[in-house]
Structure formats: structure tokens, C-alpha cells
Design a protein around this ligand. Structure first.
Ligand code: PBG
Length: 328
């Protein structure tokens, strides 16, 4: 047969496939999320996230050494405090779980990039991402501007403890600009902001809420996280966060939102992070445990797809496994 093109010619051997591959994954792109308990020694398995643990400070040090040895440049920290209150005051306690974690990591792995999740849901007794107030509609909801004030305190506490980057995940309006101004006013202009810009109200966060012990005690997060049906709104959120000073923007979750990642990459020339969230992890773990999916092949395929869609950085609970697989 005479054909004008034979695309299979470039698929015939592993060597040629390697040469023409358009997307390459590397450990350099990964950010490893970690859950830290306010205890010296702890390693509590997270039931809905097999292979993930709530770590004590000692185990955190062991874990970050492994992460660094695998060539992963960054960790993203979530804290499980020993006490919670309505304001989430342990979130900005200089002796609190995250500030202590940062100090411990900076002592053992000073070159590792330490990113902190800036949000209140892990620290509030009601599990919402901010300060609750009565609304004019007679309901109770997260008060935007009161929450921003508290998020500023939290971001400053993390910066003072030595964080390299803060990642506000609350979805309040105006928080990126407010945090940027507060950091600059204290001469933390080198502390970067990775904004959870397009964060959807997603059922894929279920296992995380077990892991971080942070489910909302009433209602849901739909008055602050985005409607999964909206794409234009994501671009507006990203535009605002960039205008307010975000250095990196994030789309979250990743797999059901690859179109949002692609539109973001086509529209803006900034680094884009995608969060391969807890539910995406749990689905693969559950299917692999049944023998229904090949875990390694599936994970490398989805991480490649997230990168191909336009994310230059990937936050994933698979980061360490993937880094090991990529070494071989
Ligand atoms: C905190 C936060 C959440 C996640 C990251 N930061 C949970 C939520 O918004 O309910 C989810 C991460 C994951 O599912 O892996 N607001």
C-alpha cells in the first residue's frame, strides 16, 4: 500500500518512541503532600488513603530525607493540631504544628522547598475554611473579610518559621493581595505564593478530610469553592490571583479538570500546578488492590496526562512512588 504517512513508523521500537515522546515526567515537577500530627512520634495510617500516614515530627524528618533523596524538590504541609477552636487559632501559633514542622525540616533538609497550606479547616472546631458569622439571609456562613485577616496571620507565622512558599487554599476573595502585602511589609518579599486559584467544590476531597480530620460539621464548602460546571469563572479567579501577586496558580482537582488546566496554560504564561487529590489517589489504590488496574502504569499515565494538559508542577500522593519508578 502506498500511504502518504505512516504514523506507526515512529512507534515501532522503544528507542524511537523515546525519541519522539512529547511529554516527559521528572521528579523535579513533583510536590509531596504530608500530614503532620502535633506529636513527637507518630505514624497513623490513613484508612481511605492506603500508604499515606499522619506523621509525628520525628517521622516527618525521616520522610523529608527520603523525599529529598528521591530528587523531589518540595513538600506541601498540612497540620493536624492537638486543639481546635472557632477561630482556628492554632493555625498562627508560632509554637503550633506547622511552624514546628517547618523548623524541623529546615534543620535536617535546608535545601528542600517547604510549602505550607494556608487554610483554617484543619484548625477550626466547625471544620470550615474560615470564620463563621450570621449572614443577612439568616444563615451561617464563612465571612470573607474576617477570614482574610486570620489567613494573613497564618501566612506570616509560616513565613517567620521559615516557609519558602505559602499556598492559600481557602478560596476567599482578595486573600492573595492581602497576604502579599503583609509578607512584603515584613520583608518577606522572597516568600512565594502558590494560589489555589481554581479550587472546585469536589467530592474527590473526601479521603483528605479523613486524613486532615477536617470535614465541615454543618453544610458544605459550596459558598466558597467553585462550581464544577464553571470554566470561565476559573480563568477569572486565576486572572485576579495573578493581578494580586500569585507566583504560581493551581487547578484542583486534576483529573476531572484537565480542560481547565489546558485553558489556563493557553491563556497565561505562569507556572501552573495541578493537585492530584486524595480521591484520585484512593480510586487507583482501591482498584489496584483488587487487581483491576496496574498501579504503576496507571499512575504514570495520569501524571503524564496532567503534565500534557499543561501543568508544570504536580502535587501528588504518588510523588515518591513515581519518582522511584522514573529512576529505573
Ligand atoms: C484545605 C484543603 C483541602 C484539600 C487541600 N487543602 C480540603 C478541602 O478543601 O476540603 C484537599 C486535598 C486532597 O483532597 O487531596 N482547604
Amino acid at each position: 500500500m502506498i500511504l502518504p504517512e505512516r504514523p506507526r513508523r515512529l512507534r515501532q521500537s522503544p528507542a524511537i518512541r523515546r525519541m519522539v515522546r512529547e511529554t516527559r515526567l521528572s521528579a523535579d515537577q513533583f510536590i509531596s503532600p504530608l500530614f503532620v500530627r502535633e506529636e513527637e512520634k507518630a505514624r497513623h495510617p490513613i484508612a481511605s488513603m492506603p500508604g499515606q500516614y499522619q506523621l509525628g515530627f520525628y517521622e516527618l524528618e525521616e520522610e523529608v530525607r527520603k523525599i529529598q533523596d528521591l530528587g523531589i524538590p518540595a513538600v506541601l504541609l498540612f497540620g493536624i493540631p492537638s486543639k481546635k477552636d472557632a477561630e482556628g487559632s492554632s493555625a498562627w501559633d508560632p509554637e503550633g504544628v506547622i511552624c514546628k514542622s517547618i523548623e524541623r525540616i529546615k534543620k535536617c533538609c535546608p535545601d528542600l522547598c517547604v510549602i505550607t497550606d494556608v487554610c483554617l479547616c484543619e484548625y477550626t472546631s466547625h471544620g470550615h475554611c474560615g470564620i463563621i458569622a450570621d449572614t443577612r439571609r439568616g444563615t451561617r456562613d464563612v465571612d470573607n473579610d474576617a477570614t482574610v485577616e486570620v489567613l494573613i496571620r497564618e501566612a506570616l507565622a509560616h513565613a517567620r518559621a521559615g516557609a519558602d512558599m505559602v499556598a492559600p487554599s481557602d478560596m476567599m476573595d482578595g486573600r492573595i493581595g492581602a497576604i502579599r502585602d503583609a509578607l512584603d511589609a515584613e520583608a518577606f518579599e522572597e516568600v512565594a505564593i502558590m494560589a489555589y486559584s481554581a479550587k472546585y467544590a469536589s467530592s474527590f476531597y473526601g479521603p483528605f478530610r479523613d486524613a486532615a480530620e477536617s470535614p465541615p460539621s454543618f453544610g458544605d464548602r459550596r459558598s466558597y469553592q467553585m462550581d464544577p460546571a464553571n470554566a470561565n469563572e476559573a480563568l477569572r479567579e486565576i486572572t485576579l490571583d495573578l493581578e494580586e501577586g500569585a507566583d504560581i496558580v493551581m487547578v484542583k482537582p486534576a483529573l476531572a479538570y484537565l480542560d481547565i488546566i489546558r485553558q489556563t496554560a493557553d491563556t497565561f504564561s505562569v507556572p501552573i500546578a495541578a493537585y492530584n487529590v486524595s480521591g484520585e489517589y484512593a480510586m487507583i489504590k482501591a482498584a489496584a488492590a483488587q487487581g483491576w488496574l496496574d498501579e504503576k502504569q496507571t499512575v504514570l499515565e495520569i501524571l503524564t496526562a496532567i503534565h500534557r494538559a499543561g501543568a508544570s508542577l504536580i502535587i501528588s500522593y504518588f510523588a515518591q512512588d513515581a519518582a522511584k519508578w522514573l529512576q529505573r
